[in-house]
Write a protein that binds this ligand. Sequence first.
Ligand code: C5P
Length: 410
Amino acid sequence: MVNPLQDKRILLGVTGSIAAYKAADLASKLTQFGAQVDVILTQAATQFVSPLTFQSVTGRRAYTDADLWGNEGHVQHINLARNAQLMTIAPVTANTLARLAHGMADNLLTVAALAIHCPLILAPAMDGGMYSHPATQANVETLQARGAIVVGPAAGHLASGLAGVGRMVEPVELLGHIRWALAQGGRLQGRKIIVTAGGTQEPIDPVRMITNRSSGKQGYALAQAALDLGAEVILISAPTALTTPVGARCVDVQTAEEMLQAVLAALPQADALVMAAAVADFRPVQAAIHKIKKENGAPEILLESTPDILRAVAQAKAEHGWPRVSVGFAAESQDLIENAAAKLKNKKLDLIVANDISASDAGFGADANRVVLLYPDGRADALPLMSKDQVAEIVMQRVVELLEANQSTR
Ligand code: C5P
């Protein structure tokens, strides 16, 4: 299991902003991902949301300033801070930002923040004018210069009734940043991994196109799995309805040709390329400039083959040595293993992930996949039906093994 949140000790500070209610959702999400979440509320935060709310979602005690002078005396904050593998303050008000920037330690939260030895992620929430105030901006800069990661604030509706930049980012986005920070130092640290995802779109005219049923879910899951192992990830994506995982650099493309160019541009020094995209095999020779009118009768559309990206990559690999590892996908509706094995050989891959798209419970659009992993030496590893996230984890583990084997033979 590579989930970087599993069993991690996270210290969640909550300050007195209306966005404090979002912190309860964040605490819940972190707990569901397996983290042990200790919450510290400032006095003002307890006006918005109760410690009991956090205790209920984390199953652990939530702390307030009463604990600063409690039975355990002054060691409480030191223990909380020392044990933390990551601290996040969400929401963090202008007031707490100012205290942190100046090293003040006048409540349990700011005392703990001074005692941590772990990454600090701050999610500001305040009125737009307060955030843009030079004092707040200077404090944010000071904290960033000291290594704090500041996420947001986002633009939108503010509690004051005004619109502006000051909203705390949504918990799911913050979760992505926490996940990314905790993944640093993983087995793919320092490795550059390119993942392609989604189905390319080949225009017929300004409104019509040739595309396929790929949702992009498997490719995005692979990008997340690589990030979870600490990799630098370039996600080259055809249009999808999915959100780029935090930490990935996303390159948006539409056509097979654009995907080819984006892959070639990303390729230098790449450790691995995982081609999960469903690249169109054919495209109209020429896209019409104007919408084709039906009044003129059904058109004949002449097609040509698109470039085979993996073949171009095999050439680059022969010339330059990168990517060190290339992984392809084979979506087949018949003769799965024979067809996939032929692709593995023709495209000079180190691994091919074959899936039978005729199954109704897996593959295109579904959240699950049933795949067979094929290697050049003839090894075949048939995996049971599992989520695309799990498939992604296993494929990335294999990429790690292939890279490590490649390292030792060089
Ligand atoms: O030969 P086929 O297109 O079925 O092979 C599928 C694999 O090749 C996938 O990994 C896909 O991303 C990749 N591919 C490619 N260039 C194409 C078509 C597919 O690299 N034009």
